[in-house]
Design a protein around this ligand. Structure first.
Ligand code: ADP
Ligand code: MG
Length: 262
C-alpha cells in the first residue's frame, strides 16, 4: 500500500454526511450534522446519552433514512434504505449487542447472511471448505485472536466475541466500519487487544467511525473526534490538538464549541 493510499487527507472522504437531520416526532435527534471519515482514519463520535450518536450510525447503516441532508460515499451522493444497501457500498456496522449466533461456530458467524455455496448437480450446498479458508484468511490478515474456527461462539471470551464480530465486518471489500462502544463490556487486557485490532483496520486503509464513552481510548487510538450535543455537532478536533478536559467540556456544554467547518 502506498503512503498516498493511507493518507487520511487524500481523495474524497469515504463517508461524508452533509447537513443531515433526523426527527422522531417532536425530538430532533440530529440537526444539520456534517462529518467526514477518510480512509486510514479512526474517527471518534462522542456525546452524552441521547446526543444522537446511535441515530447517526443507523442513518449510515441503512436502518434510518435522514429527513434532510445527504450522505456521500467516495464523493458520490447515496441513499441507503436497507442494511444490505450499506453493505453493498462497503459499509459495515458492529453493533453494541454484536448480534452473534451463540450456538454456531466462528466460521458460521462470519458468514451469517453471506454463505458461500457451490452447485452439485441441481443443488446448491454450503461450501464449508471455502468458507473456512476465507475465514482463516480474514483472521490472519487482520490479526484477530480466536482459539479455533470451530469453537462455538458461546464458549468464547468477550474480547474473542468482539473479534468475531469485527472479523464478520471486514475483509469483504469493506471501506468503512462503524462500531458502537466495542469495548464497553471488556476487561483491560481484552480492551487493549480490541484497540490494537481497530488501529490495524485503519492501518490497512479502512475508515473507522467509533462511538466511545472512553476518552482514554479515544485519545489512544483515534485521529479526530466529533462531539455531538443534543443532536447538533458541537465541535470537531484533531486529537493531537485537543485535551480530554476540552472534550469533556464540549460534551457537557461547559465549553460552547462551534459548528465544525469540515
Ligand atoms: N427510534 C426512535 N424513536 C424515537 N426516538 C428516538 C429513536 N431513536 C432515538 N431517539 C431519540 O433520539 C435522541 C438521540 O438518541 P440516540 O441517537 O440513541 O443517542 P445516543 O446514541 O447518543 O445516546 C434521543 O432523544 C432518543 O430518545
Ligand atoms: Mg447510543
Amino acid at each position: 500500500m502506498t503512503a498516498e493510499a493511507t493518507s487520511a487527507e487524500s481523495g474524497p472522504a469515504v463517508l461524508a454526511l452533509v447537513e443531515v437531520g433526523k426527527h422522531f416526532g417532536g425530538v430532533s435527534a440530529l440537526q444539520g450534522v456534517s462529518i467526514e471519515v477518510h480512509r486510514g482514519e479512526v474517527v471518534a463520535l462522542v456525546g452524552d446519552n441521547g446526543a444522537g450518536k446511535s441515530t447517526l450510525l443507523r442513518c449510515v447503516a441503512g436502518a434510518h433514512l435522514p429527513d434532510v441532508g445527504s450522505i456521500e460515499v467516495d464523493g458520490r451522493p447515496v441513499v441507503i434504505r436497507h442494511p444490505s444497501e450499506a453493505r453493498a457500498l462497503g459499509i459495515e456496522a458492529v453493533h453494541q449487542d454484536l448480534a452473534l449466533a451463540d450456538h454456531l461456530d466462528v466460521v458460521a458467524n462470519m458468514f451469517l447472511g453471506r454463505e458461500i455455496s457451490r452447485r452439485i448437480g441441481p443443488f446448491g450446498v454450503l461450501d464449508n471448505r471455502a468458507m473456512r479458508a476465507k475465514a482463516n484468511e480474514i483472521i490472519s490478515e487482520f490479526g484477530i485472536k480466536i482459539p479455533s474456527l470451530r469453537a462455538r461462539v458461546r464458549h468464547l471470551s468477550g474480547g474473542q466475541r468482539q473479534g468475531v464480530a469485527i472479523g464478520r465486518a471486514v475483509g469483504w471489500g469493506t471501506k468503512l466500519v462503524m462500531m458502537d462502544e466495542p469495548t464497553a463490556a471488556l476487561g483491560v487486557r481484552e480492551t487493549a487487544r480490541v484497540q490494537e485490532l481497530i488501529k490495524s483496520l485503519a492501518g490497512k486503509g479502512l475508515a473507522v467511525l467509533l462511538v466511545s464513552h472512553n476518552l482514554d481510548q479515544v485519545f489512544e487510538i483515534c485521529d479526530r473526534v466529533y462531539v455531538l450535543r443534543r443532536g447538533r455537532l458541537a465541535a470537531e478536533r484533531k486529537i493531537a490538538n485537543t485535551t480530554k478536559e476540552e472534550v469533556v467540556g464540549l460534551i457537557t456544554g461547559a465549553f460552547a464549541g462551534e459548528a465544525a467547518t469540515t
